[in-house]
Design a protein around this ligand. Structure first.
Ligand SMILES: [Zn+2]
Length: 231
């Protein structure tokens, strides 16, 4: 499903599946944001992209929002298609070592270890296939969670991973899953506070619905919900 010109949701809520991942397809190449869990997720995505005339045989960049198995599970598989793999600090190490930072204990799924080529930090710009991604480091859900920000079509777009999710069209937010060893409440609230002061139009998160407009309202709700529920 195409969300904005050249930006597709490959798998996830639009198809009744648990985890969202995205594809950007431009003249200079193909970027995937997160990768899903098992190879069957990729096979289904490939069949869908055939309908749009977008091939997935070659992938130039894999941008991982964080290390959890449902986001990084297919990174090693897709890297074989020529991709440069990008992830945040600490989480990159977790993905390379396939350690507890991929939360294998959650569903008993072991992430195939994957070499990360580029470890990114806050404020860094990643130029990938003509897209200029700005990295926002948002620790809390995991220590190395990052948002990839794009300015495109006069919009500010966030690929935001698991920080918060859109439940409905009224900007009701769900907070991240907090059952992991790594979850840090103070860092999480601080990250949401920082994000709530930033302009954003469109949030494409790791679960639930895309929020294509006025997404700052969703971020504001997530922050106030965290203050009420987590302090
Ligand atoms: Zn997660």
């Amino acid at each position: 499903m195409q969300i904005l010109p050249g930006i597709y949701i490959l798998h996830g809520s639009a198809y009744g599946a648990h985890v969202n991942f995205y594809l950007l397809h431009g003249k200079e190449g193909t970027v995937i944001i997160d990768t899903g869990i098992v190879p069957a997720d990729i096979e289904r995505a490939e069949r869908r992209m055939q309908l749009w005339g977008v091939p997935l045989e070659k992938i130039d960049y894999i941008m991982l929002t964080h290390s959890h198995y449902d986001h990084a599970g297919n990174a090693a598989l897709l890297k074989k298609r020529g991709a440069t793999v990008v992830a945040g600090p600490g989480d990159a190490e977790g993905i390379e070592q396939s350690d507890s930072r991929t939360i294998p204990y959650a569903e008993g799924l072991q992430v195939p270890p994957c070499k990360v080529d580029l470890v990114v930090t806050d404020g860094e710009i990643v130029d990938a296939c003509g897209y200029s991604f700005e990295v926002i480091h948002v620790p809390g859900h995991t220590d190395g969670s990052v948002i990839y920000q794009l300015r495109l079509f006069d919009k500010i777009i966030w690929f935001s991973g698991d920080l918060f999710f859109a439940v409905d069209r009224d900007f009701t937010a769900d907070l991240c899953w907090r059952g992991t060893e790594e979850f840090d409440r103070e860092k999480y609230i601080k990250s949401l506070k920082r994000l709530s002061a930033m302009p954003v139009d469109c949030v494409l998160a790791g679960h639930l619905l895309p929020c294509p407009d006025e997404a700052f309202r969703l971020v504001g709700h997530a922050y106030s919900k965290a203050l009420i529920e987590l302090r």
